[in-house]
Design a protein around this ligand. Sequence first.
Ligand code: MG
Length: 242
Amino acid sequence: MYSKEIEEFIQQNKYPNFSPKAIFFDMDGVLFDSMKHHANAWVKALHKMGLPFTEYEAYMNEGRTGASTIDGVFVKTHGRIATEEEKNNIYRLKSELFEASGKTEQIAFALELLEKVKAQNLEIFVVTGSGQASLLDNLEHNFPQIFHKEKMVTAFDVQHGKPHPEPYLMALKKSGVQPWEVVVIENAPLGVESATEAGLFTIGINTGPLDPKVLSDSGANIVLSGMEELYDRWNKFSENWS
Ligand code: MG
């Protein structure tokens, strides 16, 4: 299963083979079922400032830094980017609304997949545009013995958020592996774009309300319906690695 996708990936990138040593996990919508809370908080915070924004737009912008999302809304509404003060005010409000939305659940089957990956002796990294302290702090608590602070790339590590490739290039640097030795798990179109721009094999899992086509259009090598399907197919997928 997936030998065709792997072969295409090797050829397109002119890589010697595909031999994963590390798995890069996005966080929101991949490990935590947090996107509905983020989307809701964005809509409320921007509406409060008189700026039009929909939950659909929140999902389409997922992966951007807060500042970049706010600038996008300002350009669309006012024809200019936001001032630092506007960005700080809106992002603070958005974060408060997010924190008030209650406990964030894990994505079903995320822990099971992480344990499977760990048992295969593969390195596990988190690559997220998020700077939401509560979620980052909760990673180690929610997924015990899986994550380590030095194996994370967050909003605090990069200049450019997704869809820029910098977050995934940074993860390559931190992990010391080659681009043909990585699998990325992403749920958002801009996250898929960032990972594929960095030259990485990317599995898009559609855990939100978007049409799965947006994930394949963004360049995902494989698109699946969600984490459960990925968990079910993982063994068959890894049988095709060299
Ligand atoms: Mg995500």
